[in-house]
Design a protein around this ligand. Structure first.
Ligand SMILES: C[S@@+](CC[C@H](N)C(=O)[O-])C[C@H]1O[C@@H](n2cnc3c(N)ncnc32)[C@H](O)[C@@H]1O
Length: 257
């Protein structure tokens, strides 16, 4: 089982308060466009973006390995318009081929080995239509954002309907090459305390380019932020728009370093 933050219903219930819709969601909604498209939201979590896409008339499938997250997603407004599937990225096996596959909220960073990355990317490409695109993001290691994941910098109290007050903070517990391990600490108003350990991988853009080519993708557009500014050495995000090999994106956003 992956990260208990997603599998423990108490922690899944806190997820939306910690991760509301933001600039990233606006970017993905815009990339989906106004015309109805078939879209797979891989690692859809509690389905905030998934249902926003469905509300705009897209034909949406949301897939996630965590049943507790999907339980919340199904209950959301427009959740009945989405096909929900319990699966991870590498094991997904659908007949459908999608115009667009999105993987948001830094899901990509849960793939810790080169093998896990290529299994996920290869399987997602298999689920793309001939002119389909895969769009996802990963945090840029150059920005070393984990240095901010300290109890002092991250401590906050949330008040969540149906849950009550929850004190949350994060703390990095280990670093090993590109792997950053951290613990998410939750203390609920009733005294329950949960510590959820996680490990994320921070890949370099060049490694990602190699992995995308190895998985059979063609042209890739790279962005460094949600306003579609180019990917630069110190961009916060590495945002990838990858197309099938025969389908050109128009040459914008090349990987320049
Ligand atoms: C940080 S949440 C992102 C959720 C949602 N996409 C968002 O933007 O809010 C990460 C999600 O990835 C899912 N996940 C974990 N391992 C995965 C895998 N191997 N393949 C696909 N999704 C995975 C988790 O269950 C969790 O719901």
């Amino acid at each position: 089982m992956s990260d208990i933050s997603y599998h423990d219903p108490r922690l899944a219930a806190v997820y939306d308060a910690l991760n509301p819709l933001g600039d990233d969601s606006a970017f993905y909604l815009e990339m989906a466009g106004a015309e109805p498209r078939t879209i797979l939201d891989m690692g859809c979590g509690t389905g905030l973006l998934t249902t926003a896409l469905a509300a705009r008339g897209h034909l949406v499938t949301g897939a996630d390995p965590a049943a507790a997250m999907l339980d919340i997603a199904r209950q959301r407004p427009h959740g009945d318009r989405v096909k929900w599937i319990e699966s991870d990225a590498a094991r997904l096996d659908l007949e459908a081929r999608f115009d667009l596959i999105v993987m948001t909220g830094h899901v990509f960073q849960v793939f810790l080995s080169d093998e896990a990355i290529s299994a996920a990317l290869g399987n997602l490409r298999r689920h793309l239509a001939p002119d389909g695109r895969l769009i996802f993001e990963t945090r840029n290691p150059a920005r070393r954002q984990w240095l901010q994941w300290t109890p002092e910098a991250t401590r906050r109290r949330l008040d969540i309907a149906g849950v009550g007050s929850v004190d949350v903070h994060y703390e990095v517990t280990a670093m090993d090459g590109q792997m950053v391990s951290y613990a998410s600490h939750f203390r609920f108003g009733n005294g329950d305390a949960v510590i959820a350990p996680s490990t994320l991988r921070f890949v370099e853009p060049a490694q990602l380019a190699t992995a995308l080519a190895g998985a059979g993708f063609g042209e890739v557009a790279w962005y460094g932020d949600w306003d579609r500014s180019p990917l630069l050495a110190m961009s916060a995000e590495i945002i990838v728009v990858a197309s099938q090999p025969s389908f050109a994106l128009g040459g914008r956003g090349d990987l320049r370093y």
